[in-house]
Design a protein around this ligand. Structure first.
Ligand code: SAH
Ligand code: SF4
Ligand code: F3S
Length: 459
């Protein structure tokens, strides 16, 4: 699609506005996959003559690429929709659209609210040009069909990152896991893998364009699977190796691994390539076997700890981060203590921590009462956060005195006389320097730390 020669597609004379100067504004919520999807949408609509704007007041089309994973994510979008409506009051021609996971979950209900003109699910982005052509004040447009094939593999995303150093590449879409609390399989549909040739080509292109880091994205990258016409099979470890071999100067990251599927082959492949970053995101969700069964995670605490031991035996310097849910259905005080104890046992370097939020239609919503009182959920989450702060600080303290190779991302947020960049483990390092630039590799020595940052100097 992106390769098609540009030709004006509007035939009505005198509508100069339609001849390639329409402005598109997109707000992106949710996970990294959504960030990459926004880049895909910019690419599809650039072919239609839409220009990107970061100023909502100037936009002809306002889209929100949305997330449904927790109720508060959706509440936030409803708040934004009211803001978009004010734009529409001032400029009635503006088109307001909701795309992404919330579009998929709520479907017509979004149109019934009469607050938006367009609704498109995650597999419907190729039809956005048509939907935008057809939309009219009394004719809202919707496409929420999910696909078994769509991977947008042939589309070159328009990069929206600010620093030009690190790019996201989606390698698969959807999820087949059906964890009982999770809405993602309903909003993103069945799992499908993208042709590895298009992935490696895209990684080569971003490297040639000056990027130094790619992050391969999927809800469960361990189940990446591709079989070519000649029956050659490419699994995730093979794909990761192909991308790593592009250049030792290209760092490779990925997210997310599912503990039940992370293989010895994958861990050993990482161990063989220094440019595959020493960082694994391995969401545990809970340390209690009873909760893990109810969550339908399909691993046990002992299995999880065995995977951590394998990672550490191959890569002692590998950071491990996680996701944790506090207050899932029926969670007892002992279950909660089990979560705190697995956190200590693993010694996570970082974690994303959430209160359980019931999502309509999921297995948990249908089968288990959401019975942990809100104040107990909050207290348990706070205990989890406090412990993680200690663990993150401990992890950083162990790095004081070490020298790391970092990839510069740009000036640090707090101080223009300092640069920041990440080490292979993904830890943020700041150091006084104004000479180097985003994209440079440098060696820095850690002098001190907080729980979030390593304070360094050039080594
Ligand atoms: N595919 C990834 C995670 C996708 S969602 C994986 O399986 O690890 C990101 C995180 O949101 C999850 O890991 C989980 O911790 C959290 N999450 C998902 N559904 C949730 C819910 N209903 N309530 C609270 N947190 C939830
Ligand atoms: Fe949701 Fe589980 Fe799939 Fe992750 S693996 S997206 S938590 S269903
Ligand atoms: Fe949210 Fe959809 Fe990602 S629900 S976490 S944006 S897959």
């Amino acid at each position: 699609m992106k390769n098609a020669t540009f030709a004006p597609r509007f035939e009505i004379k005198g509508r100069a506005k339609d001849m390639g100067t329409k402005k598109l504004y997109i707000e992106t919520y949710g996970c990294q996959m959504n960030v990459n999807d926004t880049e895909v949408i910019f690419s599809i609509l650039a072919d239609e003559g839409y220009e990107r704007t970061e100023n909502m007041d100037q936009a002809d089309v306002i889209l929100a690429n949305t997330c449904s994973v927790r109720d508060n994510a959706e509440q936030r979008i409803w708040g934004r929709i009211d803001v978009f409506r004010q734009q529409k009051k001032a400029r009635p021609d503006v088109v307001v659209g909701i795309v992404g996971c919330m579009a998929e979950r709520l479907k017509d209900a979004l149109l019934d609210s009469r607050k938006v003109d367009l609704v498109a699910g995650p597999d419907a982005y190729r039809t956005l040009p048509q939907l935008l052509r057809d939309v009219a004040p009394d004719r809202p447009q919707i496409n929420v069909l999910l696909s078994h094939e769509e991977t947008y593999g042939d589309i070159r995303p328009v990069r929206i990152d600010k620093n030009g150093v690190s790019a996201f590449i989606s390698i698969m879409r959807g999820c087949n896991n059906v964890c009982s609390y999770c809405v993602v399989p309903y909003t993103r549909g069945a799992e499908r893998s993208r042709d590895p040739k298009t992935i490696v080509r895209e990684a080569c292109e971003v490297f040639q364009a000056g990027y130094k880091e790619v992050t391969l994205l999927g809800q469960n990258v361990d189940s990446y699977y591709w079989k070519d016409a000649d029956d050659t099979v490419v699994d995730f470890a093979d794909l990761l190796e192909q991308v790593a071999l592009i250049s030792p100067q290209l760092r490779v990251r990925y997210s997310t691994s599912h503990p039940k599927d992370i293989s010895d082959k994958l861990i050993e492949t990482m161990g063989r390539h220094e440019n595959i970053c020493r960082s694994i995101h391995l969401p545990v969700q809970s340390g209690s076997d009873a909760m893990l069964v109810k969550m339908r995670r399909r691993y046990t605490r002992a299995w999880y700890l065995d995977r951590v031991a394998k990672i550490r035996s191959v890569m002692p310097d590998c950071a491990i981060s996680t996701d944790i849910i506090a207050g899932f259905c029926g969670e007892t005080e002992q279950d909660h203590q089990d979560t705190l104890s697995i956190m200590r046992e693993v010694g996570y370097d970082a974690a994303f921590m959430f209160q359980y939020s019931e999502r309509p239609g999921t297995l948990a919503a249908r089968n288990y009462p959401d019975d942990v009182p809100p104040e107990v959920k909050t207290r348990r989450l706070n205990e989890i956060i406090a412990l993680q702060n200690e663990l993150s600080f401990e992890s950083n303290r162990r790095d004081v005195g070490k020298v790391f190779r970092i990839l510069v991302e740009g000036p640090s947020k707090r101080n223009a006389a300092e640069l920041c960049g990440r080490n292979s483990a993904g830890k943020m390092c700041v150091f006084p320097d104004t000479e180097h630039r985003a994209g440079d590799y440098l060696d820095v020595r850690v002098l001190s730390c907080t729980s979030a940052t390593l304070i360094c100097q050039l080594a």
